[in-house]
Design a protein around this ligand. Structure first.
Ligand SMILES: [Zn+2]
Length: 136
């Protein structure tokens, strides 16, 4: 039975292991859905983790006025803004990953445009982190 490649749409025999057009793995819709769920899981983890981290850091900052506090935030408000901005971008990355995964589960095929957006944002976060290590 012929089935379209999940990446380029080329019609392939189910028995092919890779696409003869684009060379990517010829996955069954079931495998694509499973990968979609994995994406949703990773995305949800990132969102929950960043939300938790924001809460913890927010509480440390709120406590910093207290002189008896053992953990104190030493940066100023712009440091805090940058930090929460980074948390937000990573949470957004998680949300996009969830959305890409959900559409993959729903459609049984890879949404290339969404995967591209997620990858570009992921690379941007990585490059941004490297640059901030160099300059901060
Ligand atoms: Zn292909």
């Amino acid at each position: 039975m012929l089935r379209p490649c999940h990446f380029c749409g080329h019609l392939l025999e189910e028995t092919y292991r890779v696409c003869i057009e684009c060379g990517r793995p010829n996955r069954t819709p079931k495998q694509v859905r499973t990968l979609g769920w994995v994406l949703v899981g990773i995305g949800a983890f990132l969102v929950v983790f960043m939300a938790g981290l924001s809460l913890v850091v927010g509480r440390i900052i709120a406590r910093s006025g207290n002189h008896e506090a053992t953990t104190r935030f030493t940066g100023d408000t712009s440091d805090a803004a940058i930090m929460f901005g980074i948390f937000g971008v990573i949470a957004l990355f998680g949300l996009l990953g969830m959305a890409a995964g959900a559409s993959q589960v729903h459609q049984g095929r890879v949404n290339r445009r969404m995967v591209t957006v997620v990858l570009v944002l992921g690379v941007a976060i990585f490059v941004g982190a490297q640059l901030s290590l160099l300059f901060l």
